[in-house]
Design a protein around this ligand. Structure first.
Ligand code: NAD
Ligand code: UDP
Length: 338
């Protein structure tokens, strides 16, 4: 039986997807340089599933290592998570972001092509919609980018579109994630950010566990129901299942499709803080701070295309998201080092 290759498989979304793929009967091979993760996540995936995960350390920019990988294993499709994702950092070290994300993807596709593997699920992002004029955001909404991270995702989308245009026997799905949060309900795998979290949910969790004093709410003067920014938070296990559906879809289809993975519902920063406190019965001290440069007021998905093409829709609730985030954080206060 063949493997599904997960680049960046040890990361937050990769490890949850590995588990859902194993549960669905796929064989999983991870290729990760561990620049933002550790092998511990995949060890826990093995414990949870009772199935092996082949974990190879390597970098997607390393053509020789990729060539070896594709020759050593029978790979039928690739889910491409590997990438750097910190927006602020991307403005400081743009060349590193373009090299890692864009050049890395080109190298990966070149070796896939050479090996005759032409099924690819790519981790794109709602960031490619820039400051969308209308919500909910359909896949046909115009694309733009305001920082090197977003630009790298947009460039990769264009590169993959050009590839399919030139070689129609590829099957590629661009999954545009909205805001992934939460953790597996075992509390054994979850998000383990390095240093100070950039994202809202890990920051809330670290305040609740006492690692940080209080949350700064970036802006309370947006044109939203309570003045704080609104996003489409999606449970990472729902997101992971979307990848299983995308792979099943690609078994039957060639061509390229961009598909939103979101719930279609927007919650504000204060909605998230209040849900976290209510469900977990724990205080989350916060202060109102200035807007964060580059942030937009409101962003949520039109999720209908995923349902129509993949038969997928988010099932988990806001309460599931905050409960599972807290279960992971409280059981693993220092992430995988706990
Ligand atoms: P993550 O950092 O936890 O996982 C990415 C993994 O890729 C890490 O394990 C890292 O070590 C690995 N990696 C990075 N560069 C690599 C390289 N050159 N070679 C091999 N491995 C490499 O991040 P995540 O949250 O799991 O995100 C996965 C993907 O989804 C990323 O491409 C990210 O841009 C995209 N995405 C994430 C979010 C989010 O909010 N988490 C939203 C939209 C899109
Ligand atoms: N946010 C916040 N404080 C934080 C981190 C985030 O108020 O410490 C807000 C941010 O301004 C946005 C929302 O939470 O409105 C989601 O931010 P995140 O960085 O998680 O995701 P983004 O949608 O920006 O990619």
């Amino acid at each position: 039986m063949s493997y599904i290759l997960l680049t960046g498989g040890a990361g937050y979304i990769g490890s949850h997807t590995a588990l859902e793929l194993l549960n669905a009967g796929f064989k999983v091979l991870s290729f990760d340089n561990f620049s933002n993760s550790s092998d511990a996540a995949l060890k826990r995936v093995e414990q949870l599933s009772g199935e092996p995960v082949v974990s190879i350390k390597g970098d997607i920019r390393d053509e020789a290592a990729l060539r070896q990988l594709f020759s050593d294993y029978n790979i039928s499709a690739v889910v491409h998570f590997a990438g750097l994702k910190a927006v602020g950092e991307s403005t400081q070290i743009p060349l590193h972001y373009y090299d890692n994300n864009v050049a890395g993807t080109v190298t990966l596709c070149r070796i896939m092509r050479e090996s005759g593997v032409k099924k690819l699920v790519f981790s794109s992002s709602a960031t490619v919609y820039g400051d969308a004029k209308q919500v909910p955001i359909p896949e046909t909404s115009p694309r733009s980018a305001t920082n090197p991270y977003g630009q790298s995702k947009l460039m990769i989308e264009h590169i993959l579109e050009d590839l399919v245009q030139a070689e129609p026997d590829w099957g590629i799905t661009l999954l545009r994630y909205f805001n992934p949060v939460g953790a597996h309900d075992s509390g054994r795998i979850g998000e383990d950010p390095n240093g100070i979290p950039n994202n809202l949910m890990p920051f809330i969790s670290q305040v609740a566990v006492g690692k940080r004093e209080k949350l700064s709410v970036f802006g309370a003067d947006y044109p939203t129901h309570d003045g704080t920014g609104v996003r489409d938070y999606i449970h990472v296990v729902d997101l992971a299942r979307g990848h299983v559906k995308a792979l099943q879809y690609l078994q039957q289809h060639n061509g390229i499709e961009a598909i939103n993975l979101g719930t279609g519902t927007g919650y504000s920063v204060l909605d998230m803080v209040n849900a976290f406190s209510r469900v977990n019965n724990i205080a989350v001290p916060y202060q109102i701070a200035p807007r964060r440069p580059g942030d937009i007021a409101t962003c949520y998905a039109e999720p209908g295309k995923a349902e129509k093409l993949l038969g997928w829709q988010a099932e988990k609730t806001l309460d599931d998201m905050v409960r599972d985030s807290w279960r992971w954080q409280s059981a693993n206060p220092n992430g995988y080092k706990s």
